[in-house]
Design a protein around this ligand. Sequence first.
Ligand code: SF4
Length: 344
Amino acid sequence: MKLNSEIHSIIHRAMEGHAPSKSDCLALLSCTPTSGEATLIRGAADAITRSRFGNGGIVQGQIGIEIDKCPGQCKFCSFGEQHTAFQRSTMPVEEVLASAHKFTESGDLFALFLMTMHHFNFENLLEIVTQIRQTITNCPQIVVNIGDFDRCQADELRNAGVNGAYHVCRLGEGTDTALDPEERKKTIKTIREAGLDWYYCCEPVGPEHTPQELVDQIFLGVEYGCFQHAAMRRVYVPNTPLAPYGQITELHLAQITAVVALASLGTPETKNIAVHEPNLIGLTSGANVVYAETGSNPRDTKANTVGYRGKDLHACKTMLYEAGFEYITGAPGHQSSLSDIFCI
Ligand code: SF4
């Protein structure tokens, strides 16, 4: 079998530290996921990520703090107001704090994510952040995953103790969602200007998305300089408008993750690469970060994702260990060997 020479030379250049261009990434994403070329892409991204990040991994933990019929109306999400079966509920502050304590007590968590719907109670969020900062001594980074917000709110969040924000201009934003792509990008600029770490992702990828659409979305993260780049597939959620399209395989997701890892090679701001949801193929194809989850989850049909789609901290650490990573970086000053998970 002879490998495609164009793919071979793109990978050769990447192994020498040169990030592939948009047209290179288009070629990489056009390979069939089961082809020899795709295997080469995934293998190269894996080696490059291990070298780039010292064969270390990261576990993040997200708490979905509320559920509502969300006006974002994303056609892939459990909470879109026109199709959701959920009723409004908000996690009591004591429960948020208990979950935060559970996630952070070992010191192994790099960042604690707080997720809301598109519309959310800003004062309640500030209060939760303040209480977490006051009560958790070994507190990791705090990251918000919320709707659009302005510079004044970004400053208030930062002053309360927030370190970063996850914000994406999604695939199909404005078509598969009721949200304005320009507002999403405006918030991304706000996050960067406010000095918060910006977490980004190529998501939510479905079978219908073309390589060109993926390239365009991946390079938004590259060009705006994200702190974390990532790839996430759209999970099949029954009764959502996009469910009939189905979902891509973890193998295909791993190829996209690999291209994300390679495309961000020349982006100094990018400090790690994630794959959602956690899976071993992604962690051996260029990703070194996975997320544990509790509370609400847009990809789940249960009000609390624990025991369903959401993995816990131990499962995430085990997955990083099985993928061959040697250690994880957690709360400030905390690094632990992954082989220790078998020495409890
Ligand atoms: S993905 Fe977020 S913004 Fe979109 S409907 Fe779900 S909760 Fe709302």
